[in-house]
Write a new protein. Structure first.
Length: 215
């Protein structure tokens, strides 16, 4: 079993201590932080994401794997930031009026597992807070979640505010949650709708790949 295979296995098993040990071992052996991220941590979480999508893995297992992956991410993230490497930044939050958190957290875990740096603004996030986060963090992608149909208009208000402030063209916008839909995404001018965490991660990786090819 290679170092990367051992790291993937530890992530899938949700063994945080093993992830820490394998990540440090990989660095000791001279492997690059970016390769450790992509070939070990991300590869492991991709398998977890596929398992969740197929129904072979359930929420407690996914959360355990995400927690374990974070043990390795905490080690390589400072090294990636120092070297300027990484796949991109994402800001996510549940819109104003909605306090549902679980689905958004899973999306955040899966996005981090895809190698993205995620800032989670939490729940009941006002349009102004999303706008401030874009100015502060300069993300490539902004994700909004809503479970309640009564809070859907706040997604549109957020996009409208970004346009008003001249921020809309600086970030790709994706929406999700039980109340959202692809048609609604088009109505408010969002770039995409994701029905689940795995599809959100796939779309985000496509966005970042396209951006990197343009640089």
């Amino acid at each position: 079993m290679t170092t990367y295979d051992a790291l993937k296995d530890a992530v899938i098993r949700g063994d945080g201590e093993a992830v820490k040990a394998e990540t440090n071992k990989a660095l000791t052996h001279g492997l690059k932080p970016q390769d450790i991220l992509v070939n070990g941590l991300v590869a492991g979480m991709e398998i977890v994401g596929e398992g969740m999508e197929s129904g072979d893995m359930f929420l407690p297992e996914v959360l355990a794997s995400a927690g374990a992956m974070h043990k390795g991410l905490d080690i390589v993230r400072p090294l990636l930031a120092k070297s300027g490497e990484g796949m991109g930044k994402v800001v996510i939050g549940t819109v104003e009026g909605d306090l549902h958190d679980v689905g958004k957290r899973i999306v955040g875990f899966i996005l981090e597992g895809a190698g993205l740096l995620v800032t989670d603004l939490g729940v009941n996030v006002k349009p102004e807070v999303f706008a401030q986060a874009i100015t502060e963090h300069k993300p490539d992608i902004m994700g909004m979640s809503a479970l309640l149909t009564t809070t859907l208009p706040n997604m549109g208000k957020t996009v409208d505010l970004l346009k008003k402030l001249g921020l809309r063209n600086k970030v790709k916008v994706i929406i999700g949650g039980v109340a959202a839909s692809e048609s609604f995404a088009k109505t408010i001018g969002a770039d995409a709708y994701a029905p689940d965490a795995s599809s959100a991660a796939k779309w985000a990786k496509q966005v970042m790949a396209a951006r990197q090819s343009q640089r």
